[in-house]
Write a protein that binds this ligand. Sequence first.
Ligand SMILES: Cc1cc2nc3c(=O)[nH]c(=O)nc-3n(C[C@H](O)[C@H](O)[C@H](O)COP(=O)(O)OP(=O)(O)OC[C@H]3O[C@@H](n4cnc5c(N)ncnc54)[C@H](O)[C@@H]3O)c2cc1C
Length: 303
Amino acid sequence: MNDSIVIGAGAAGLSAGLTLARARRDTLIIDAGAQSNLAATGIGGLLGHDRRPPAEYYAAGRAELAAYPSIEIRHGEAVSVTRGEDDVFTVALADGRHERARTLILATGMEYRHPRLPGLGERWGTSVFHCPFCHGWEMRDRPMGVLATSAVGVHGALNLRAWTRTITLLTNGAELTGAQRDLLSAGGVAWDPRPIAALDGPGTSLETVTFHDGDPLPVTALLVKAVLYQRSPLATGLGVTLTPPDEMLSVEAITVDPMCRTAIPGLFAAGDAATSVPPSMAAAVASGYLAGASAAVRIAAGY
Ligand SMILES: Cc1cc2nc3c(=O)[nH]c(=O)nc-3n(C[C@H](O)[C@H](O)[C@H](O)COP(=O)(O)OP(=O)(O)OC[C@H]3O[C@@H](n4cnc5c(N)ncnc54)[C@H](O)[C@@H]3O)c2cc1C
């Protein structure tokens, strides 16, 4: 039996694994290999790795873990998890195998749901992005759009002024209130309520947003609101609670304490799956470390 199983080998899961490895705990990391930022060309804002391609970062993390004998990273998918009366977790994998551990860390990331428009999906993570702190620098001084319909869009558009002065809030058919229009005018931000037909440009770059009336608007970077949802029912199946939807991100995060413990003894959660603040690589690394340490402490205490 393993001391710990970590589901997910993104920034959070690898960080948890490193902490457990250094605590000499037998740990199996199961990962399906779909880290949420793989579409991006570089990681923005992670100290020590700024602008590094995500795949390169994950390969480096795995290489660091390979130096420790008590860690196995296995490609696979966890399809269900149960917790027995003996407090042991059993993880069923898609390949039919079952693995057991005294502690379990969920580092499964989140599904980022972005608006659906023709031409948007293929630009997600490059010219279309959800986080200005991650990708605003690379898009600086270009004509930018913000696609959002609520007050969040107004704040997002005003916030973008740190990166460019040419900003249009696109509400895709929704009308703004008078107060919202006044705020935008005072901030020097344009808005356009016309319904959008498509995003256009060569490859993954963006040149124009085309409205249903056929008019093109020059926009070379588009900030969109993404809403984060649990990727799988693994967490809820174990009986954890999720935080209520958040106004900014509507995060459906697993409720954890400051040491990444859930209310279920032996079950920890880290990274996007358990964050109710704006998601980031730095936060995922930090919470993965805490979850790994918490699991190691529980194991050492003999539970
Ligand atoms: C397009 C995009 C760009 C971003 N750019 C930046 C940036 O520049 N800077 C920044 O700080 N943040 C950025 N972020 C946010 C950042 O990527 C996330 O906060 C971070 O990746 C979260 O790490 P994580 O380990 O929690 O989850 P993830 O990186 O999503 O990793 C979760 C892993 O768990 C695996 N998994 C899930 N379920 C299972 C299962 N049932 N069985 C096995 N494996 C499973 C997945 O396959 C995946 O490999 C970006 C996000 C997106 C979507």
